[in-house]
Design a protein around this ligand. Structure first.
Ligand SMILES: Cc1cc2nc3c(=O)[nH]c(=O)nc-3n(C[C@H](O)[C@H](O)[C@H](O)COP(=O)(O)OP(=O)(O)OC[C@H]3O[C@@H](n4cnc5c(N)ncnc54)[C@H](O)[C@@H]3O)c2cc1C
Length: 385
């Protein structure tokens, strides 16, 4: 118990991060038109390379990377503030999101000097975009069983296999793929490695997948005898599992795991104000806001651990599990409240946002690791399994 309490120490955003918030708000006010709730609901899924380049020109892509490689060298707290403000207005950040959040930091941590010099400055200028090649048709939760394989030859590594659910693969330049370099799927974690795969190489086919809401934001990737140069291997051969786990702490802890549908609460409050309904739903609203404040505090606590150079896997899993449960509840809570007053039909923008988020909500607890897997990790972290 004491260990658990130590892990969940309350942390504050430092004054420098709070001051930085004003700078970000100022940038957004100048560079982004206000968007309707139904567009903001796309949140961090909106892909706009030109907007990413504007942010990069301001120094805000690859924000935690060293200045020596073109980064802004901001601490994790200021990154948290930047992300919060961008999500709050529904900025179309998807183009650079993965590189900023995990591929860049991964290359910085495990990559060779040549890889850092080659990729990091281009990431920071938003010239190249990355996607995550982990899941396969039969290996999603069970990542250790992946079968895509790279074989070392005299010419370089030859890659064969298939990845699925790769967000924005069709619009990205590179994927960091987790693949098997030795042994069999039965050997589990042993023998996995990570490669930077140039998606324009011969033998790579990317096929978009249309989702329930009609968007095609993720794809299948096919690798047929793709010849990778020797320096495509990132980090050490056979260390892919450990590297991926360090990467997942970045993926799971951020504000994007809480805020996917908060825009709906925002739009609902505005509608209730106009229609004199706040009092009728004050209790529901109070519960939603108290819940959000607590989750945000937990996310800041995980950010403090990242800022201290730790890899808080279990804590990040906890924030993601609770955060995505919260994000998933919002559409049904708001729709139930709207349905309670059929005499006052909601405006179309609010209804469109609610419809989109209802479609998307089931995915919130899948992307980045499913609820059951995270609960297993939390139980293990608490010594219960
Ligand atoms: C919107 C979205 C974007 C995504 N983007 C990417 C991406 O960019 N790159 C990428 O690599 N992947 C991506 N994914 C894939 C995602 O990470 C996987 O869908 C996820 O890991 C689950 O894998 P699966 O779909 O194969 O389900 P399965 O692993 O087959 O799981 C099916 C069900 O069984 C449960 N289950 C599985 N194993 C256990 C167990 N041991 N104990 C208890 N329950 C279990 C799961 O929790 C789940 O409910 C994305 C997914 C979504 C929805």
């Amino acid at each position: 118990m004491a260990e658990l309490l130590d892990r969940l120490q309350r942390a504050e955003l430092p004054a420098a991060a709070q001051a930085f918030r004003a700078e970000v708000k100022d940038f957004i006010a100048r560079e982004m038109p206000p968007l309707g709730a139904d567009v903001r609901a796309r949140s961090w899924m909106g892909f706009d390379a030109a907007f990413s380049r504007k942010l990069a020109a301001r120094g805000w892509v690859g924000v935690t990377l060293p200045k020596a490689y073109g980064g802004a060298e901001l601490d994790a707290f200021r990154r948290f503030v930047l992300v919060e403000e961008l999500l709050a207005v529904g900025a179309p950040v998807a183009a650079h999101w993965i590189a900023d959040r995990q591929s860049g930091p991964l290359i910085n941590k495990f990559g060779s000097e040549a890889q850092k010099q080659s990729y990091l400055p281009r990431i920071c200028r938003a010239e190249v975009f990355f996607c995550i090649g982990m899941s396969e048709p039969n290996s999603g939760s069970d990542l250790a069983s992946i079968g895509t394989r790279a074989v070392r030859t005299e010419r370089g590594w030859v890659l064969n296999g298939r990845k699925i659910w790769t967000t924005n693969a069709d619009k990205c330049d590179y994927s960091i793929a987790l693949v098997r370099t030795s042994g069999l799927p039965a050997d589990r974690q042993a023998g996995l490695s990570q490669f930077i795969v140039d998606l324009r190489l011969p033998g790579v086919t990317v096929r978009p997948i249309v989702d329930l809401s009609g968007d095609a934001h993720f794809s299948e990737m096919f690798f047929d005898d793709v010849l990778l140069a020797g320096d495509a291997l990132i980090g050490q051969e056979g260390q892919g599992w450990q590297q991926v786990n360090a990467e997942l702490a970045f993926e799971r802890s951020g504000p994007e795991r809480l805020y996917s549908s908060v825009v709906l609460v925002d739009a609902w409050i505005r509608w209730m104000r106009r229609n004199g309904q706040i009092e009728q739903h004050a209790e529901t609203l109070g519960r939603l806001l108290a819940h959000l404040a607590t989750l945000r505090q937990m996310s800041i606590a995980v950010t403090a651990k990242l800022a201290a150079g730790e890899s808080p896997l279990v804590e990040a899993a906890l924030v993601k599990e609770l955060g995505t449960t919260y994000e998933q509840e919002i559409p049904s809570i708001v729709e139930a409240a709207l349905g309670a007053s059929p005499g006052q039909p909601a405006d179309p923008e609010l209804l469109r946002a609610a419809a989109y988020l209802s479609h998307m909500a089931p995915t919130f607890s899948l992307r980045g690791g499913t609820r059951e897997i995270l609960r297993g990790m939390i139980a293990r972290g608490l010594g219960l399994r």
